[in-house]
Design a protein around this ligand. Sequence first.
Ligand SMILES: [Zn+2]
Length: 362
Amino acid sequence: MAASFSSLALTQVLPFLPLAQGDIDYQTDRRGEPGLIDAVLAQTGTTVVFVRDGLVAVPDGQAARVDYETAKIRLAEVPGEYVLRGFGGALGDSEETGVIAMFLGSYGVGTAHPQAVVALDVSGLADAAEANGDDHAGASSSTVLPTVLKRALERFDWVSLRGFAAHGSARQVGQATTAVALCMWHASQRHCPRCGSPVRPANAGWAQRCVNEGCPSHRSLLFPRIEPAVIVSIVDGQGRLLLQHNKAWKNPTRYSVCAGFVEAGENLEHACRREASEETGLKLGELKYLGSQPWPFPASLMVAFKARALGTDIDVDNRETVDARFFTRDEFADALTEGRVAWPGKSTVARYMIEEWYGQKL
Ligand SMILES: [Zn+2]
């Protein structure tokens, strides 16, 4: 994993959180420019990356590397000009092409050679191709797709963001995280929540517009809803860390820290204290902010805290949490060695929280 840090995303305690290290300049002021996507695609140095149903495209043969711990994977990239030529000089309306174009921003803004990145969400094409199948009755979206792009898409492998995050550069994982988050949102919201009319992508893929001109969301636009979740490493008076196992986890050796969604009317601190109390019966004292991480599966934002438990009497709820216990560092190391406890995944904030407590990389 490349050790680059996004200066904008920097947090003191957990400086490197996967998915949170993208260093692209969003250039939010440009999103409303008419014809932005076509203009950016025509620009020298622009690259295009691809997402589909929450997956990211990687070069042919690279998907298999996900299973190898140290293997590097990169995103499949196609020059913007090449894509634009394929579409005959203009990408046009997403309704016709089945493609949602998203302007992710640029590197080197203000220099002679800024490098822009556009993500194309091709989920609509895959759907159309599948629906058309072998009978050629529906000659819609799939025939609009330029041959050059069709060939490129056939050559790509597709991997999950979680799979990619453990193997990609911090910069490309940042691009993939944004593209997947927007892709999941466009897929889940096809109609206006206010009036039920269809929606169209707006603001270079970062928003949607309701097609009903009489609806407030036609003018004011619709934006992605992000769902905050808290995650807390709970430590007792002796510095032991609480790890718990959830009923829903198939792997019996999977243990992690306390986590849950923020509920209506709560602040983050309340959510931490409520979750701890519900799952383990523990009351929490002071809370310290550790960092945060986008987690678009499908729309979460993980907000990490460290907390001191005011007692050590654990009473698990047995609905969600079936086991919870405090570990000293030695006990934890033994449990790992003996295979009684396994790590949270490499891209998760939980892993970095446990490392922070443990005092070294795992
Ligand atoms: Zn509407």
